[in-house]
Design a binder for this molecule. Sequence first.
Ligand code: 2AM
Length: 171
Amino acid sequence: MRLFLALMPPPALRRRLGELAERAHARCGGRRVPDDSLHLTLAFLGEVSEERAEELSTWVEGLDVPEGKWRLDAWGAFRRPGILWVGSQMPDRALVNLQASLWRDLEPQGFTGRPSRFIPHVTLLRRARRLETAGLSPPDLAWPYRRVALLRSFTDQDGARYQTLARSPLS
Ligand code: 2AM
């Protein structure tokens, strides 16, 4: 199964992110990520066996995640796959530290997908027709977080769907 670690937004923020996705979609087209699927990826783990997934769940359930607040104040894009995202002008130090601490545990477990540069972002649109955000008012949202989720990604007729396998305890 395909697994990744992420932060999932609290419900009120999820709605606000959904509104941003709606505005971005009206301007840029493409496939809007459904509200239920909005997330911040901290580590993409790729294909993992069921046994490995159980070990990862146990590890996640024992993680001590410091709580934090991420400020989202910028639009951004990854040109090649046509991804439009919301994130921050400067990578948030606490999130960068959290991502690094997760990879410090994952690498000795044999996971090799650590990106050379971590750009914290929430994907709102995939395969956007245009990636022009100049006409959109800048985002100004705060994301309070306390725990990390281990998610399974699978595809159905509506595109990618996610299932939560485990969550770290509340800090
Ligand atoms: P995203 O955060 O930019 O959308 C689940 O598939 C999540 O893991 C996606 O949201 C995606 O990033 C990220 N992801 C998917 N495939 C990936 C890959 N090959 N390398 C890195 N991240 C990937």
